[in-house]
Design a protein around this ligand. Sequence first.
Ligand code: BTN
Length: 260
Amino acid sequence: MLYSIEKIKTALGCYRDAVKIIIEDLVPSTNDMGKEIALSERKENTLILAYRQDKGKGRMGRNFFSPEGGIYMSLVISETGLSPEEIPLITPAAAVAVCRAIEELTPAKTKIKWVNDIFVDGGKACGILTESVFSGDSFFSVVGIGINLLPQAGGFPDELRGIASSVYSENQAPAKNIMNQLVGTIVRELLDQIKLVPSRDFSEEYRRRSFVIGKDVKVIQNGISRDAHVVSIDDDCRLGVKYQDGREEFLFGGEISLRF
Ligand code: BTN
C-alpha cells in the first residue's frame, strides 16, 4: 500500500491546507525527524510518514517495532494554543482521535489502555508518544503514532507475542486506500480533539473508551510495582487507583500493567 499526498489531503477535509506532508521510505524515527523539523523553527504543522522505522521509539525508552505494513506517523504541531499544564493532555486527546478514526474506517473495536495505548481484541495495536520541543521562543508538540495495521506474517517477535495485536485480523481484507484514509482522518480528528482540551470536552469519551476502569493492575513508578484497583479517570485524564492498603491516589504519569 502506497501513500498519496492528494488522498491524505482529501481525508484531512477542512485541514487539507493546514498540514505539510512528508513521506519517507525508511527513517530511524519519525518523531526524531519531527523534532529536527521543529528545531529548524518552521512555523507550520508538518506530518511525517514512514513506511518503516529502524529506531522506532516508545515510552519509557522502549523500542517500537516498525516493519513495513504498519503506520508510523508524527505530527509536528507548531501552535497548539494550549497552556503548559494542558500539554500532557495531548496524548489522551490523540488516543480518542485514533480510536475514532479506526472505528470510522475499519471493522475494529478499540479501547484505550491508560494512558497511551490503543487496544484491539485485547492486545496493543497502537502506541502514542508525544514529545515537546522548545525552539527559539516557539513551542512545538510532536505527536507520534504507531499502528500495527495487519497481523504480522510469521507472528510478532517473541517479546511482543501475546501483547501486540493489529487493527485487521487474519481473515479481514483492508480497503485499498486504507492507509491514506486512516492517516488523514487521524490528523483531522487529532486537530479537532486538541481544540477540546481547554474545556476537557474530550475526557468523557476518553473515560468511556477505557480498557482499565474496574480492573486490577500493577502500578509501576520509579521501578517499583504495586497492586492496585482502577477506580476512575478524572477530567484531567488522571487515573484514580486504590491500593491494597486502602490508600487512594490519582496518577498523572507512570505506567500500569495488566499482566500478572
Ligand atoms: C509506545 O507504545 O510507548 C509509543 C509508541 C509510539 C510509536 C510511534 S511510531 C511513529 C513515531 N515515531 C517513533 O519513533 N515513535 C512514534
